[in-house]
Structure formats: structure tokens, C-alpha cells
Design a protein around this ligand. Structure first.
Ligand code: KIV
Length: 313
């Protein structure tokens, strides 16, 4: 179904079931404009589909329904991806590479990510918007982590934050969720720690699998609503997925996770060169744009563009 709203358009869950959360909502309190009213209270018109909630994603897992996540860093892709059915959008710190032109995710700052996150949140009405906490904005203390997450909620209007790290980040996850902010964890290969990990390497192979399982359990126990697993052996990712009740989101983690995430410029073929093994290219935007811009340049130089009808009397 090509609409991000389908996750919350299913019949309300049985509220007595502990494994399937109740996602039915009351009419929003305190007046003002509802951000996509929840079912209930509708008079002549049906309530518009509402924003995907973290509970919808947890419920989807309980019901065996998979969902898709993509990065987005601007209003046009955000609106388009939501329309195409992407349930969750990640304003990733991969903006460092894909927006700001850095070689790694490390340099991007909170002040650089917040305007991008605000654009994505403002351009959408259905998708759940998750913002990455960039390197250096949450590692120092629980207080620092909670304060940074609060900034993303207040200044960008996102609905959740993501941070990298497993068991070592448990107290940060608790601090942020205690402030009322949902946290998506990120384990396995964590790009912000690439120097510590010795480069781009699959994590959790062999004996290291036990530590990865511990990380997954620790972030779920700490209150994360979901966990990204990056470059993890498929069998191990499947094991984590079947053990946890929160959804797992794979990127290079095989087919057994509850959801998948990709960097949009990679999957749409805007980036060039050999893509990572886990990337599937669904389009060749690099060629499409190169050809369009090349034609524009030719037509400007030859005088074909602008045609008479594009001018004003
Ligand atoms: O920043 C990002 O794009 C990410 C995804 C690769 C999961 O963290």
C-alpha cells in the first residue's frame, strides 16, 4: 500500500494483549491543530490518517508486518518518500557525507542537523521522523544526551532520536526516554566509532556474536523502541530479531529483520562508484540528472532554451 499511513490504519489492537500494543488514540487534548487526528471524535468527515507512532512499529512487529525506513535530509525527498509509503524517515548523521561533503559522519554538528530535521518534519504528516544524535553530542554524560535530544524535539519537531552504541549507551537511553523522548538504538557497525572499530567491518562474527546479542538485549532493556543493526551476519540478526519484542531495522543485516533502512542517495543511485554490498540500487539518478543538466547546458549555449513561449510580453 503506497502510503505511510497504512501502519496505523489496521484494526485497533486488543488492549489486553501484552505483546501487541494498543495503538487506538483519543482526540488530542489541549486544542490547537491536531497533527493528523487519531481515530475517534470524527463527525461528518473521516479523521485523516495520523502520524506513525513508535507503538505502530512495535505493533507491526507483533503482527509480522515489515516496514521501510530511508534517510531524508530535505523537504522534497521527505514528502516524496512518505507518499511512496516509507513509514519512518531518518535524518541521519550521514548528512555529513551526503549533504555537507565530509568523508565520515564525525564532523557534522547538532546545529547543522537541526535545520535539516526541521525541514523533513515540516514536510511530512504521516511518517515517523527520527533524528540522529551526531558524534560528540551525547557521549559525555546522560545529561548531555538528554539535553541534545530535547533540542531535536523542540527545535526540529522530530518524533524520536537515534544514537549509536549498545550496552555502553544503556544509561543514555534511560536518560533520554525518561525525558519522554523515544530512542532508536544502533548497534553492530557504528560509523561514529569507525576508528575504534578499525574501519568498515562486519560486527558480531564468531565469538563476537555473544557481545552483539548482549548489546541488543541491553538497549531493549534500557527502553529503546527499536534497534538498527548495521553490517551484522544475517543469522545473528535473525536471532536478535526473534528474541527482541522491539523492531529491528537492518542495514547489511540480512532479510530477517523487521525493517530495513538505506541511505537514499545510495538506493536511488545518486552516489557513484561501487556501492556497499548491502545496497541495492533501485534507480540511476546520477545518469538521469547528468543527462538532464547536460541537455540544459547544450540548449543554453545553442539558444534553444528559453523558447519564445517561456518569455513575457
Ligand atoms: O546516518 C545514517 O544514515 C544511519 C543509517 C545508515 C542507519 O545511521
Amino acid at each position: 500500500m503506497p502510503d505511510a499511513a497504512h501502519l496505523n490504519q489496521t484494526a485497533p489492537a486488543d488492549p489486553t494483549s501484552s505483546s501487541t500494543p494498543n495503538t487506538a488514540e483519543e482526540t488530542p487534548p489541549y486544542g490547537g491543530q491536531a497533527t493528523g487526528a487519531a481515530p475517534g471524535g470524527a463527525k461528518a468527515h473521516a479523521a485523516p490518517p495520523r502520524r506513525v507512532r513508535t507503538l505502530d512499529l512495535i505493533k507491526a512487529k507483533a503482527e509480522g508486518r515489515r516496514w521501510a525506513m530511508l534517510t531524508s535530509y530535505d523537504q522534497y525527498t521527505a514528502a516524496l518518500f512518505e507518499k511512496a509509503g516509507v513509514e519512518a524517515l531518518l535524518v541521519g548523521d550521514s548528512a555529513a557525507n551526503n549533504v555537507y561533503g565530509h568523508a565520515t559522519t564525525l564532523p557534522v554538528t547538532v546545529d547543522e542537523l537541526i535545520p535539516l530535521a526541521r525541514a523533513v518534519a515540516s514536510a511530512t504528516s504521516r511518517a515517523l521522523i527520527v533524528a540522529d544524535l551526531p558524534f560528540g553530542s551525547y557521549e559525555i554524560s546522560d545529561e548531555q544526551a538528554a539535553a541534545t535530544a530535547v533540542r531535536f524535539m523542540k527545535e526540529a519537531g522530530v518524533h524520536a532520536v537515534k544514537l549509536e552504541g549498545g550496552a555502553r549507551m544503556a544509561s543514555r537511553i534511560k536518560a533520554i526516554t525518561s525525558a519522554g523522548i523515544p530512542v532508536m538504538a544502533h548497534i553492530g557497525f557504528t560509523p561514529q566509532a569507525e576508528h575504534n572499530l578499525g574501519g568498515y567491518k562486519v560486527q558480531g562474527r564468531g565469538e563476537a556474536g555473544a557481545a552483539l546479542l548482549d548489546d541488543a538485549r541491553a538497549v531493549a532493556e534500557a527502553g529503546a523502541f527499536s534497534v538498527v543493526m548495521e553490517m551484522v551476519p544475517s543469522g545473528l540478526a535473525g536471532q536478535v530479531t526473534s528474541e527482541l519484542s522491539i523492531p529491528t531495522v537492518g542495514i547489511g543485516a540480512g532479510a530477517e529483520t523487521d525493517a530495513q533502512v538505506l541511505v537514499w542517495q545510495d538506493m536511488a543511485g545518486l552516489t557513484t562508484g561501487r556501492p556497499p554490498r548491502f545496497v541495492k540500487r533501485y534507480a540511476d539518478l546520477h545518469s538521469v540528472l547528468t543527462e538532464a543538466v547536460g541537455t540544459y547546458v547544450d540548449e543554453v549555449k545553442s539558444g534553444v532554451f528559453p523558447e519564445p513561449e517561456r518569455g513575457f510580453d
